[in-house]
Design a protein around this ligand. Structure first.
Ligand code: NAD
Length: 489
């Protein structure tokens, strides 16, 4: 373990123009670099070392040695509790600097960027609380046997992270993996690889053993794919799109490497005519327009009872028109991540119009502004046969569809390939209970979109993936159960 020189975290995380990869306790440059663009201006402002396959092999060897030596598991678990708490403290110390960098590379608001660092710190605190409570069971088998289970660290956990919440999502998998005693290799996203490196600094300064963490940025289809297919990797944790998830599952198949898949969504809010409308519109602001709609669990469809359909369209459209850049409101309009992403979203909007959807507001790039902004967009009269009903947009776009019966509402909600989250807005308790049973999703929000927290299990069904992150349940994704059966007579 490299003993860290006591130095202020803020000195160690000063903004640079070129960033390196973190491989087993050392910062390493590469011959080639990737450019990082500010989505709010469209200008390149930094570069990051582009990792090679050699870097992957080195990171895996170091992680393997760390996992096999039991460096993180040989001492009493209280050691890991203290380690994770030190990491959390360091993350809190770098929040201000880190958040500014995250805004620059991702385009999100400063408040949202700070929340990402805060959430990252919370993951380390939360799983610190579990690191010394990973207890097996004793299973009664009669007088002739003693039987018990042990939870053992999986070993080397490869974690592939997307660009929309890089710091939050990195910590979401890293913290429970370290709490359980694993060595981790993170493949950071090419588009937003910078703020995530600050988590490496936070871990290094907390005296995490060198081999326990590498963070590599590289091209997904090369470096990411090599990591997934590496025979010395024991687990793949992937958060990203369905097409990439399918590649990863195929890549992991040769070594039968277990995967956790956190994929996309096309989540519906079902709104009944007795719903508290203010509460619902607040949820739309967060659910659709927060982070420019680039959220896997965004509210991307609204299903509304026919008798309040037109009124609700007006209310959602008024909200959409009020969401502006730098407004000082809790939810501001921020740019989407890239020009490519913007073009893709605008094409989806054009197709929606061609297929007969009613464009109520938006549907264009924001005029007179640099950067990759799109007007908050609302479509009505959207039907299940339209692409915009079925496909993830990943932008500030909402589609609205009427329903005539409760049964039809749930049918429409379940009528996509996805099953990440769903929501119901009503004050009728019996209907709430029926909805929570009928909606096919990993989690159901009632009367507040994004209700829940780091403490609540999160993951999908259907094409939205499998396995659970967050909450106590997630920790058990990072251990294997070993049963020990002893014949005593
Ligand atoms: P993406 O699938 O394009 O990329 C995700 C990561 O995979 C990146 O780090 C990328 O470099 C890497 N990658 C790409 N090809 C690879 C390959 N062949 N092998 C290994 N790694 C590879 O996704 P994105 O555009 O970064 O993120 C947006 C998507 O992520 C959306 O679909 C969104 O819904 C989903 N997402 C899901 C969750 C969740 O928790 N379910 C959270 C956030 C985002």
């Amino acid at each position: 373990m490299t003993q860290a020189t006591p130095q202020k975290m803020t000195e160690l995380t000063a903004i640079q123009t070129h960033w390196k990869n973190y491989i087993g306790g050392a910062w390493k440059d590469s011959e080639t670099s990737l450019e990082v663009t500010d989505p709010a201006t469209g200008n390149v402002f930094a570069t990051v070392a582009c990792a090679t396959i050699d870097d992957v092999n080195k990171a895996v060897d170091i992680a393997r040695a760390c996992a096999d030596s039991g460096e993180l598991t040989k001492d009493r678990p209280a050691t890991r509790v203290a380690l994770l708490l030190r990491i959390a403290e360091n993350i809190r110390e770098i929040t201000e600097e880190g958040a500014k960098l995250l805004v620059k590379e991702n385009g999100k608001s400063l408040a949202d960027a700070k929340t990402e660092f805060d959430t990252a710190a919370r993951y380390f605190e939360y799983y610190a609380g579990m690191a010394d409570k990973i207890e097996g069971k004793s299973i009664p088998l009669g007088d002739d046997y003693i039987d018990y289970t042990i939870y053992e660290a999986v070993g080397v956990s490869a974690q592939i992270v997307p660009w929309n919440f890089p710091v939050d999502i990195c910590a979401r998998s890293l913290a429970p993996a370290l709490a359980a005693g694993n060595a981790v290799i993170v493949k950071s996203p090419e588009i937003t690889p910078l703020a995530i490196t600050m988590l490496a600094t936070a871990c290094q300064q907390a005296d995490l053993p060198d081999g326990a963490l590498s963070i590599l940025c590289g091209v997904g289809s090369e470096v990411g794919a090599a990591l997934v297919a590496h025979p010395k990797v024991d687990q793949v944790v992937f958060t990203g799109s369905v097409p990439t998830g399918k590649h990863i599952l195929k890549g992991a198949a040769d070594n039968a490497t277990p995967c956790i898949m956190e994929l996309g969504g096309k989540s519906a809010a079902v709104v009944f005519n007795d719903a508290d409308r203010k509460q619902f519109i607040d949820s739309v602001a967060w659910g659709v327009f927060f982070n420019a709609g680039q959220v896997c669990s965004a509210m991307s469809r609204i299903l509304v009872e026919r008798d309040i359909y037109e009124e609700l369209i007006e209310e959602v459209s008024a909200l959409a028109q009020s969401v502006k850049p730098n407004s000082g409101e809790q939810v501001e309009l921020t740019p989407v991540i890239s020009e490519d992403q913007r073009q893709q979203i605008l094409e989806m909007c054009d197709t929606a119009v061609e297929q007969g959807a009613r464009l109520v507001t938006g549907g264009k790039a924001l005029a007179d502004r640099d950067g990759f902004y799109i007007e908050p967009t609302v479509f009505a009269d959207v039907t299940p046969d339209m692409n915009i009903f079925q496909e993830e947009v990943f932008g500030p776009v909402i589609v609205i569809t009427p329903f005539d019966s409760e049964e039809q509402a749930y049918e429409l909600a379940n009528a996509t390939d996805f099953g990440l989250v769903a929501g119901v807005f009503t004050n009728n308790l019996s209907r709430t209970m029926r909805a929570t049973r009928a909606l096919k999703a990993g989690q159901v929000f009632v009367n507040e979109w994004y209700a829940g927290g780091i403490e609540t299990p999160f993951g999908g069904v259907k094409m939205s993936g499998f396995g659970r992150e967050k909450g106590q349940e997630a920790l058990y994704s990072y251990v294997n159960t070993k049963n020990v059966a002893i014949r005593v007579s």
